[in-house]
Design a protein. Structure first.
Length: 493
């Protein structure tokens, strides 16, 4: 199919739903993805060569191409939020509405609608986190411009940044911390940094001055305001959580912290990075989104780093949270991204954190004893397996055997309570023989003919392969393709 690069909604074809549905169904998505990736690679190469004007022209070409618009609409209508509407209460659930959206996406006279404000509970706290939900059209526009911005961010980002980036994950951040702290000569003091309301307080003026994208469109994203309980409120600062491009804005606002630390602690008088200077202070940074840790050789250096980070954040309208920002010795240990890092007799051990284990048990307990009182055994196993599989996949690359065994024992006790609630007048052995059976030589397996509960004790620990942090997904495609295949092989094994 041939489509014009410049599309507007002034056409009679937008009213023909059957034609629109046929157009959407006939799109070759592999070709669309290839075209988008090709343009993104060109943007990344132009950025790496320092040719800003060429990168800007290619960004314009991408945001006005049919392929990028179709890819943006498809992304918006296939993710988890596809059934959540904005203030206009519109959803794109049919093929015709999706195609109409593709042909209607344009920056001409674009004006973003206010966000729908909702509050969700913070993990393990009584406080609530504000979310701003854009309309479907605004989400598609944000996704479209995010495609043009992502290659620039990936090329210029800090090498030790792992959150909200393609080809990187929390496990990569964990391995990077392990590499920094595992040796006998490794740093012993850690600054645990937490930025107070990062997404809500980023300075708009800084974003508009430093992020390379269409300023008028960007201003629409930032200044759209939000509706709560029927009232309209302005957005004077921040990039609301819930937007497709917010994570890119937040990452770009925090990029540059690595250079600040290198300039202070790693460079010689000629401006070159030397291992001698790095080894002297042992200052290393690892960041995941707005959470980070910085290592140091002494508590005094850690205190000095804290003031440097504070001044870096101040220009961006941000500040460190005094409650959560701490300086800790490695022998006492610290929690980061759901893991506990601590040295025992000089050996670094990484385990699932106590809060992460408690959170899983709390969720499983709710499924078994509250929501699952009237559920069948098969439905209960299906829901528990879904939760257990996700949690164990996240933690199975660290020292987690003991934690897995503890969770397994706790689940066994909770399931006994569930069986007792269903059959209060039966004996313990009757309940055991009803719900627990022998399978593959293993006795007492909680199972039915269709489902078997995962035994956490049988999950093997598999180390996560190290990421070469200097590589980027747009300039080193072969490396990331091979790495993706390797990770899939490890999961399958």
């Amino acid at each position: 199919m041939n489509f014009s690069n410049s599309t507007t909604d002034n056409t009679e074809s937008l009213k023909d739903t059957k034609l629109l549905a046929n157009q959407w169904d006939s799109i070759d998505w592999s070709k669309i993805e290839y075209e988008v990736n090709r343009l993104q690679t060109r943007i990344a190469k132009a950025t790496a060569n320092g040719d800003r004007n060429k990168a800007k022209r290619l960004q314009y070409l991408l945001t006005h191409s049919f392929s990028a618009k179709a890819y943006a609409v498809r992304k918006v209508t296939t993710n988890k939020g596809k059934n959540t509407s904005g203030v206009d209460k519109k959803l794109w659930s049919t093929a015709a509405s999706k195609m109409k959206a593709v042909l209607s996406l344009t920056e001409k006279h674009y004006q973003a609608k206010p966000l729908k404000r909702v509050y969700i509970a913070k993990k393990g706290k009584n406080k609530k986190r504000p979310l701003g939900i854009p309309t479907m059209y605004d989400r598609a526009m944000q996704t479209l411009y995010a495609q043009a911005l992502e290659p620039i961010i990936e090329t210029t980002a800090d090498t030790i940044s792992f959150g909200f980036r393609r080809g990187r994950s929390a496990k990569d951040a964990c391995e990077q911390i392990f590499n920094v702290l595992a040796r006998k000569c490794s740093p012993t003091w850690i600054l645990e940094g937490d930025i107070k309301g990062c997404f809500d307080n980023i300075n708009h003026e800084w974003l508009l001055s430093n992020i390379p994208m269409d300023k008028r469109i960007m201003k629409q994203f930032l200044k759209s305001g939000f509706k709560y309980e029927g009232k309209l409120f302005p957005t004077e600062a921040g990039s609301p959580q819930g937007g497709a491009i917010s994570s890119l804005f937040a990452n770009m606002a925090l990029d540059g912290l690595e250079k600040v630390i290198q300039d202070k602690y790693h460079r010689n008088s000629k401006g070159n990075i030397e291992n001698h200077y790095r080894a002297k202070t042992k200052v290393n940074l690892v960041r995941y989104a707005d959470d980070f840790i910085i290592t140091a050789n002494s508590k005094e250096i850690a205190e000095e780093i804290k003031s440097i980070v504070s001044s870096f954040l101040e220009s961006r309208g941000l500040m460190l949270s005094e409650e959560k920002t701490m300086i800790t010795h490695i022998d006492e240990g610290f929690d980061f991204l759901g893991w506990t890092f601590r040295k025992f007799k000089g050996k670094l051990i990484v385990k699932p954190s106590k809060s992460s284990i408690k959170s899983l048990i709390r969720k499983c307990s709710a499924i078994i004893l509250k929501e699952g009182k009237a559920s069948t055994q098969s439905e209960l196993i299906r829901r528990l397996n879904q939760m257990i599989r996700g949690w164990t996949n996240y933690h199975k690359h660290v020292v987690a055997s003991q934690a897995f065994s503890y969770v397994n024992n706790t689940l066994y006790l909770l399931l006994h309570l569930w069986a007792k609630h269903r059959h209060p007048n039966k004996s313990k052995w009757w309940r055991l023989n009803r719900y627990w059976h022998r399978k593959d030589g293993k006795p007492w397996v909680f199972m039915t003919d269709d489902y078997t509960l995962i035994n956490l004790r049988r999950i093997k620990i598999v180390r996560h392969p190290n990421l070469q942090i200097s590589k980027t997904p747009f300039l080193d495609k072969e490396y990331f393709i091979k790495r993706r295949i390797k990770l899939k092989t490890l999961v399958a094994a």
